[in-house]
Design a protein around this ligand. Structure first.
Ligand code: PLP
Length: 385
């Protein structure tokens, strides 16, 4: 197969396009498919970007990022997680997406594989393929809170496995890896001679608990994070990765060639965003309010949610009481009631046909309207049975 033929489309984009088309035709659509915060970026970040622009900060930065941002992130890790990191190990990238692509280009040779959870964030698989590696998607279910656990790692680790990815809080599930499990995952990867890659992009968006940072257990773990979610800065394209010293130069060379550097204005905005704790906290509280409302409403409607999602802004619900074809379910829900949600097939194969992802990156009023429309839809499809 040609490499490009192995790159899957992001199917929800088709659904989103149809939703936009319906909106243009005058229909009201409730968007519960969105994967980005609906809040504005922190005012401090916007002001810093304006200042940078007016001061003419429009030139390339070093490939690994502005030294001030790397230093500021190092002190942020000290404050947030109590871990001390040399700023030299922090590499700024154009979004976490670029960090992942860079990492896989550095770590993988043709034939190498990486263990991923299924369901999981779909772009991961494609970054690995683009770097010539093989994604090995391991089915995970409610028993392990939809995460790879240490036993799964040991069972599935093969002679060509180079790394395992943990995403906590998870997309599409919003569930969190318990601290003890993260510690064990780090140990298992070290013992097996591979890398633990911890995607921590939803850190800070947690409700009633905290997600642990993998670097608290092993300084050789690779941590990837960014400003898109916790700081509501998706369009600015700034992320970072923290890698062991031995990988810094290789990452730098890849970035120099492929991206040159992350956007300069955005990096100045990112430095200021790290001081915007009040705004971030206000956003987090609103997400939590929506989460509690949607969780209770979906359960009341008959959706099965076996593990409470305590992070990100997603609920991954089992729709088997209503259907075994979640894709048709989602398309009908959109066409008949104007509610956009994401079918399980976007996140993998395991139990995909019986799961749907709801996003609560939408205001409360719309969520309440969405719930009423879903109620009407379920009544109708029940009558069809
Ligand atoms: N990782 C996860 C789990 C995500 O859900 C996303 C975006 O939805 C990303 C990474 C990519 O984020 P960005 O490239 O905007 O930093």
């Amino acid at each position: 197969m040609k490499r490009i033929d192995s790159i899957e489309p992001f199917r929800v984009m088709q659904l989103l396009e149809r939703a936009k088309q319906l909106e243009q035709e005058g229909q009201s659509i409730v968007h519960m498919e969105i994967g980005e915060p609906d809040f504005p970026s922190p005012a401090l970040a916007v002001e810093a970007a304006e200042r940078a622009l007016h001061k003419g900060k429009t030139y390339y930065t070093p490939s690994t990022g502005l030294p001030q941002l790397r230093e500021r992130l190092a002190s942020w890790y000290e404050w947030k997680y109590g871990v001390s990191i040399d700023a030299e190990r922090i590499i700024i990238t154009p979004g976490t997406s670029a960090a992942f692509l860079t990492l896989y280009l550095v770590l993988l040779e043709p034939g190498d594989d990486v263990l991923l959870p299924d369901p999981g964030y779909p772009c991961q698989r494609n970054f690995i393929r683009l770097a010539g590696g093989t994604p090995r998607c391991i089915p995970v279910g409610a028993e392990t809170a939809f995460h790879l656990n240490p036993e799964a790692l040991i069972t599935h680790w093969g002679k060509n496995t180079r790394a395992a990815v943990v995403i906590s809080p998870g997309n599409p599930t919003g569930t969190i890896v318990p601290e003890e499990d993260l510690r064990k995952l780090a140990n298992v990867c070290r013992d097996l001679g591979g890398w633990l890659i911890s995607d921590e992009i939803y850190h800070g968006l947690t409700y009633g608990c905290e997600a642990a940072c993998a670097l608290s257990f092993d300084e050789d773990c690779i941590v990837v994070n960014g400003f898109s979610k916790r700081w509501a800065m998706t369009g600015w394209r700034v992320g970072w990765m923290i890698v062991p010293e031995t990988l810094v130069d290789a990452c730098r060379r890849v970035i120099q060639n492929i991206f040159i550097a992350a956007p300069t204005i955005s990096q100045y905005a990112a430095i200021a965003a790290l001081d915007a704790e009040e705004e971030v906290e206000a956003m987090r509280r609103q997400f939590d309010e929506r989460r509690r409302f949607l969780l209770a409403s979906l359960k009341e409607l008959g959706f099965v949610i076996p593990v409470e999602p305590k992070g990100a802004f997603y609920i991954y619900a089992d729709v088997s009481p209503f259907t075994h074809d979640s894709t048709t379910f989602c398309w009908r829900l959109l066409e008949e009631e104007g509610v956009a949600v994401t079918p399980g097939e976007d996140f993998g194969h395991h139990q995909a046909a019986t799961h749907v992802r709801f996003s609560y990156a939408t205001d409360m009023k719309s969520l309440a309207e969405g719930v009423e429309r879903i109620r009407r839809f379920l009544c109708r499809i029940r009558k069809e049975c």
